[in-house]
Design a protein around this ligand. Sequence first.
Ligand code: FES
Length: 190
Amino acid sequence: MTHETLSRRPLSRRRVLDLGLCAAASVAAPAIAHATDARTMGPQPGDALVAVGDTGHVALRPRDFRRGAPPVLTWPMDLKTGTVRDGAVANQVLLLRLLGDRDEAHGGALVAFTAVCTHAGCIVSSWKATDRLLLCPCHGSEYDPARNAEVVAGPAPKPLPSLPLEVVDGLVLVAGPFSGRLGGTTGRTD
Ligand code: FES
């Protein structure tokens, strides 16, 4: 059995997205407060997604997701301002390209789910490569991304809410809100 930790996995291709960002040091105090809000709010329609640990904040493209590759743990990013919404742990989103017979019904499309486990709110940060399942390291809940992240093992009571996506100008963008309420149904016990 092979488990792979997803976070801080560097991407094979890197591109520069010209966002026209201002230097952070020149931002005035009120703007800083606004920036904090922008960092903590959840994914917004039109947001791009950047890999957790990618300090270059490169917006992800469909070609970054190979068939058979593990999911990528990401943050949403406001494309207009370049603000990465990494101010709340719960903003982390899992992205992957589906693979296999069951997945063909979905067109082999990209899918995205919250990384917040529905058991006690840990981050689903591992990948069970042998079965292509998302794995929560806290209490072993497993989710099948090819079946809308339904629970196949462990104490999680419900699937991971999904996040609709669209591809615009070659970038993977958020197309709407999560399909359900985020967060665990019990207090964290880890
Ligand atoms: S928090 Fe994920 S299995 Fe308990």
